[in-house]
Design a protein around this ligand. Structure first.
Ligand SMILES: [Zn+2]
Length: 115
């Protein structure tokens, strides 16, 4: 997926058309369903790829936010719990969520507890 060059001001790369073999800037057309835009070959009008309404940096930010939200809704994994014990975390007060376990692991790695 590429960012729409005119929507975000990002230069888009020329794409190779698998049908006619031309390497050129694609034509951006409205997308279908969840896709904001589509890139078409400017010569034969075949579909090349979907084009996001977001820039690459915005997509990465949204991906990380969704990842943190998902981790906040899940229980910690058995491997996280075992790793926390190995790092010296208190096994009497286990983390409630995967996100909390991840943050504890990060803090224990950065600031190891003295045994
Ligand atoms: Zn083509």
């Amino acid at each position: 997926m590429i960012a729409h060059p005119e929507l975000k001001g990002h230069p888009s790369l020329p794409l190779t058309c698998p049908t006619c073999g031309v390497i050129d800037q694609p034509r951006i057309v409205p997308g279908k369903g969840p896709h904001a835009h589509a890139a078409q070959c400017a010569h034969c009008a075949c579909f090349l790829q979907w084009v996001s309404r977001y820039s690459a940096a915005e997509r990465e930010t949204r991906r990380q936010q969704a990842r943190l939200q998902a981790m906040a809704q899940r229980a910690p994994s058995p491997l996280q719990l075992a790793y926390l014990v190995a790092l010296g975390d208190d096994p009497g007060s286990p983390p409630v969520t995967m996100l909390e376990a991840s943050k504890r692991i990060d803090s224990l790695i950065l600031e190891p507890r003295e045994v």
